[in-house]
Design a protein around this ligand. Sequence first.
Ligand SMILES: Cc1ncc(C[n+]2csc(CCOP(=O)(O)OP(=O)(O)O)c2C)c(N)n1
Length: 320
Amino acid sequence: MQISKEKKLEILRSLLLSRRFEEALTELCKIQGKIPGMMILCTGQEAVGAGVCAALQPNDAIITNHRSHSHLLAKGADPKSLMAEIFGKRTGCNRGKSGTLHLAVPEINAPCTTTVVGGGPPIAVGRAFAQQYRKEKTVTVCFIGDGAANEGSFHEALNLASVWSLPVIFVCENNLYAGAQRYEEHTKVKHIADRAAGYAMPGMVVDGNDALEVYASAREARVRAVAGEGPTLIEYKTYRWRGHGENDLQLYQPTEEIAAWQASCPIPKLRSDMLAQKLISAEELREMESRIDAVVQDAVRFAEESPYPEPREALEDVFA
Ligand SMILES: Cc1ncc(C[n+]2csc(CCOP(=O)(O)OP(=O)(O)O)c2C)c(N)n1
């Protein structure tokens, strides 16, 4: 598949932004009391969010999970309001009510993050049904982990999406672990994507650390979905470099395994390919990186300087 220079630049920018954003969070988390709640990072697996979202249009929706930062940034969330939300500040995208685990950014069609494992697929089916009913030429992407693919809700959602030919793309980020459980301990099939056959939909197994492969596969699934040909299940093989959360000592992840996956980091791969093909010069790359550093520093400053909500604000924007 031909991928334009502009698209490759967009994907590289998105990868770098997500990595820098989470590097900042990794450091901030070490300061006691700085960031409330549990911190769950997607460092190492950013190529999935970057590649998939680069294949989407603004009106396409994403339903994401607890490991959401790269998905939301790649879909176009404002780093400042995302960072402020993660800090629990009033200027955050959810006015400090969601924190990092329940981020919602409706203006980019990311209406909900669900941390209920397997909670996303039924919601995505509902969203895709609405898109089909309104005859929109749009799709919904549902991001889940490998552990979520063992929840009953995942199977029911795939079945219904298939029966109704819904424009939904189920994206499984297989990062080899669900909490502290290794893939082989919780799943017998070699590939999660093998399960697509049971629902008469295409299943794809793709290198999740190759951002361009990710983009190409998601684009193919999107073309099918908007043509009315129904859902696709794509499994991206990747790896999380950090623990399940930042409080996790990762004792169950062999250090050699982490090092091996770090050696196939998606960023240097795309960066060196683009340099070799003269799609970007070393100078332009340095400029891009320093612009992204500045965006992240600005976001952190904004979050730090923003006020916390007042206690009474807890009662605003709630249904009852
Ligand atoms: C229904 C439900 N069961 C258990 C949990 C606790 N929990 C949170 S994340 C997680 C692991 C999920 O693994 P996976 O789906 O592979 O996603 P990953 O964390 O690897 O991105 C578990 C068990 C939960 N949030 N919801």
